[in-house]
Design a protein. Structure first.
Length: 107
């Protein structure tokens, strides 16, 4: 019985890994860039995610408050709740993140 449970767990784990690897963004999908202007309203230090209340992002999204991953540690480290920022939103297939973050003057 124990071998059957272990084998089932191994098969399930391998299947999950294969499924997740198939869902990754293909490197052949181009990265599009959009300009964002908004205010940082929350920071998730563990996952490096900034919740930003932003204006409409021309060609991509209406104005809203949304969570954005920040891939670079140095970029995330310079953010503070209440900062008014401009940044680039990078979009590749269904994946997106922000970078090239600049605090607006006066903050």
């Amino acid at each position: 019985m124990r071998c059957t449970k272990t084998a089932a767990l191994v098969v399930a784990t391998v299947g999950l890994v294969v499924m997740l690897s198939c869902c990754r963004t293909s490197p052949s999908v181009p990265v599009r860039e959009y300009q964002l202007t908004g205010e940082v309203v929350r920071l998730d230090l563990v996952h490096r995610v900034a919740t930003i209340k932003h204006h409409a992002i021309k060609g991509w999204m209406e104005a809203m408050t949304m969570e954005y991953p920040v891939r670079e540690k140095a970029e995330f480290a310079k953010l503070h709740v209440g900062d008014r920022i401009t940044a680039t939103v990078f979009v590749q297939d269904l994946d997106y993140w922000v970078g090239h973050i600049h605090r607006e003057a006066g903050k």
